[in-house]
Design a protein around this ligand. Structure first.
Ligand SMILES: C[S@@+](CC[C@H](N)C(=O)[O-])C[C@H]1O[C@@H](n2cnc3c(N)ncnc32)[C@H](O)[C@@H]1O
Length: 344
């Protein structure tokens, strides 16, 4: 095999879409092989390292969640000693570029269920000590100068060093982890938290939100925490812990049964688990209630995995009132993705 090999990761079941994106960005000559079927794969880019990174950064993929270059790739029998040897070899090679005292985040992964391979957490602990004591680097978990990524399979090990912004996501494998809070209304809250990060938004800067399909209220609770007044629409019940909130208006109705004064809201969020075209129709009916320039965050169910077609259809259906800014399958999305629109 010649040319630069990379490790790419998507949400489970969406690697084919991630590979399609890579073909579009890097050219049809890109080649693939599975590391964890449906989720993690190697790919050989026809472009060099800088060109590959630039192509990905120019147009961020929707389904490719994370990537790193295999600066070191070796056959191995699966022992910690071999992994440490391979990583130290790579660090020696890059020592001058890394710079003494730089911070480095070690991110180690393996396919689920590979119990014979070293545990990523204990390998990371060993490497952190070595990187500090032998190489004068500063191991950290987040906001590092460098990321050392390692992917282990039975038989092959891949390792690469990058700047955090070169991996699409600076979380290990793009798996964004939030701490579950006591009394958290729903796990769906993580989707909106992740959307805030992924789309570079700060919900503190908004005032009035309309939450369509709000129950049980994870998204509503986040927006209330950010200081917004929230109108939550859902025929299903909101969590009782939210009901007395002074900035909450709860309308126990379907989205097509409510109407608001034009421009009342500066943020519209919609997380209805509905057919994407029906959802787009309902959002369009409520579009007038959103100020011009207002933000809309919308979850789109991916029916029958016709993912790109679903995005195109929602974009087209909403094009009379909204302009798509970014589409991203978030780590917390399952068979869905999240769209960020601005009201035209
Ligand atoms: C995935 S849940 C939303 C979870 C919510 N974002 C949270 O954070 O807790 C989808 C919700 O959409 C609601 N829904 C479905 N059809 C609706 C409609 N036509 N109008 C309003 N809500 C609807 C359902 O009742 C359900 O509560």
């Amino acid at each position: 095999m010649s040319g630069r090999v990379w490790v790419g990761t998507s949400n489970r079941g969406f690697a084919q879409q991630a590979q399609e994106e890579l073909k579009r960005l890097l050219g049809p000559a890109v080649r693939f092989g599975w590391l964890a079927p449906g989720e993690t794969f190697w790919f050989q880019s026809p472009l060099n390292r800088e060109e590959t990174i630039a192509a990905i950064q120019r147009q961020e993929p929707i389904f490719l969640r994370h990537l790193f270059p295999a600066d070191a790739e070796k056959e191995w029998t699966g022992t910690s000693e071999e992994a440490i040897g391979a990583v130290c070899g790579l660090i020696e090679q890059e020592r001058a570029a890394l710079g003494l005292g730089s911070s480095i985040a070690v991110q180690i992964r393996k396919p689920e269920g590979e119990s014979q391979l070293p545990a990523p957490s204990s390998l990371k602990a060993e490497l952190d000590v070595l990187l500090e004591q032998e190489y004068g680097l500063r191991p950290v978990v987040r906001e590092s100068d460098w990321i050392l990524s390692v992917y282990m399979t039975r038989g092959r090990l891949y390792a690469g060093i990058t700047r955090p912004e070169q991996n699409i996501s600076d979380w290990s494998g793009g798996a964004v982890r939030f701490r579950k809070e006591e009394g958290q209304v729903s796990r769906a809250k993580f989707k909106l938290l992740e959307a805030e990060l992924a789309f570079g938004l700060d919900f503190h800067s908004y005032r009035q939100a309309l939450d369509i399909g709000a129950a049980p209220g994870g998204w509503t609770s986040l927006l209330l925490e950010r200081g917004l007044a929230v109108t939550a629409v859902d025929p299903a019940k909101l969590d009782p812990s939210l009901l007395g909130h002074p900035r909450l208006t709860y309308l126990a109705k379907k989205a097509d049964e409510v109407k608001f004064e034009p421009g009342k809201f500066d943020l519209l969020v919609c997380d209805m688990s509905w057919s994407h075209r029906q959802m787009a129709k309902l959002v369009l009916q409520l579009a007038e209630a959103l100020q011009s320039g207002g933000t809309a965050i919308i979850t789109v169910k991916l029916m029958h995995k016709k993912a790109f077609q679903s995005i195109r259809e929602v974009e087209e259906d909403l094009s009379g009132a909204f302009t798509l800014q970014k589409a991203k399958q978030l780590f917390h999305n399952r068979d869905e993705l999240t769209l960020f629109f601005l009201k035209s």
